[in-house]
Design a protein around this ligand. Sequence first.
Ligand SMILES: [Zn+2]
Length: 188
Amino acid sequence: MLEPVIINDAGFANKAKIILSPNFDSRPNKFNVSLIVIHNISLPPGIYGGNNIFDLFTNKLNPDDHEYFRSIANLKVSSHFLIRRDGSLFQFVSCLERAWHAGESSWNQINNCNDFSIGIELEGSDYDAFEAKQYDCLNELIESLIKEYPIKDIKGHSDIAPSRKTDPGPYFEWSKIKTYFNQLPNKD
Ligand SMILES: [Zn+2]
């Protein structure tokens, strides 16, 4: 039996490896954490492993390391969590703070989803299936977040920014998310 993930009062998951990102600020209302946003990320796209995602979220990505990095190295972005291909969990920003993962976005006609959401990046792409260990970790994490915060919905980045974003992509299997919400796209 796996040890459960616990979110402590400071907004950090006990099982996460912490790599703090400077890319965050205060939520307008820290008691309003109502949405989970699922993303995928790999740097360069489709290449897994290495430290590039950590470097992006800590503003250390070297634009000379890869052609693709030149377009993103100056972005100030972060996410609360990253789940790597092996199912390991990393956290960059406290859940009590506003991470910069969603960009221009809207959920239930409320704009700026960063204000009230928790961002979870899965190491992956729009062209690959995700690993079973990633779903295991994601389900554990979601369960712990629901215990701690008044989460009302789980959406993909493409659901809240459909004109700009495609992640988590067609290979993300919503049916593998154990917790169902009224607005989940595939709810029976
Ligand atoms: Zn995204």
